[in-house]
Design a protein around this ligand. Structure first.
Ligand code: ARG
Length: 256
């Protein structure tokens, strides 16, 4: 009995020292470092070149940190644990190409969208290019994404819908003909397909467009406001345009 309560006390003590509160801006500035998280397997938005994390969202987030006057630290974790990590205060901000959805908005607070883009059907067979062509097909998408959810909700007639933890794994399924179609983001598809030119996959029509934003802990107002202000500055002072041109040769900001 005593041993049990000792263990319980030790566990509580451990929890008390490891549990952190959502850090408001002044706490982050006081410590001097913002903790940011991303998946890191989502080119050209955030991915590894060797050991270095690079990409459009990496450049943008690091620019925001600079404008907030803080250093940054990156954590890379599987896509479907990013937002829950915010409510556990494991990091201050997530930037990993999340579309703003009402469901997610219940759990986290989104920043202003940093780009707008859309979902596409990718297939070997060029007659598979939009939602209705997915009927009777084996379709793959990344776990936890709006792309998976879109097919679940809008294409009940698929033969099978299979989710994979990464886009790389979804693409592999398409390459090895275990799947007929892959639903994913159009810039990512372009980038990943360019690395596999022999596969000769086709990019289909846009299924839907989404507004993509970073997220902070629910109601971390000071942080979201500071980020948004820095972001608006970047839109005006040309630094956003420069980063967007660098990665896409076009400006991918959302229309006003
Ligand atoms: N835009 C999609 C969504 O909101 C996919 C995001 C996937 N991001 C990633 N880093 N794998 O769910």
């Amino acid at each position: 009995m005593q041993r049990i309560s000792l263990i319980a006390a030790a566990t509580l003590a451990l929890l008390a020292t490891t549990a952190v509160q959502a850090r408001p801006l002044d706490a982050i500035q006081k410590e001097g470092t913002i903790r940011m998280a991303t998946e890191g397997y989502y080119p050209p938005f955030a991915y590894f070149e060797g050991k270095k994390l690079v990409g459009f969202e990496i450049d943008l987030a690091e620019l925001m940190a600079q404008k907030l006057g803080v250093k940054f630290e990156w954590k890379t974790v599987p896509f479907d644990s990013l937002l829950t990590g915010l409510s556990q205060d494991r990091w201050d901000l997530v930037i990993s190409s999340h579309g703003i959805t009402p469901e997610r908005e219940k759990a986290v607070t989104f920043t202003l969208p940093h780009y707008c883009s859309g979902a596409q059907v990718i297939a070997r067979d060029d007659s598979i290019k939009n939602a209705k062509d997915l009927a009777g097909k084996v379709v793959v998408a990344q776990t936890g994404t709006t792309y998976l959810q879109y097919v679940q909700k809008n294409v009940p007639s698929v033969k099978r819908l299979v989710n994979f933890p990464t886009n790389e794994a979804a693409l592999q399924a398409l390459m090895s003909k275990r799947a007929d179609a892959w639903v994913t983001e159009r810039f990512l598809a372009k980038e990943m397909l360019a690395k596999n030119p022999n596969a000769n996959f086709k990019q289909g029509e846009l299924l839907f467009v989404e507004r993509i934003a970073a997220a902070v802990s629910k109601d971390n107002k000071t942080l979201v406001n500071a980020w948004n202000q820095a972001f608006e500055t970047a839109l005006k002072d040309g630094s956003y345009a420069k980063i967007s041109q660098k990665w896409f040769k076009e400006d991918i900001r959302c229309p006003e």
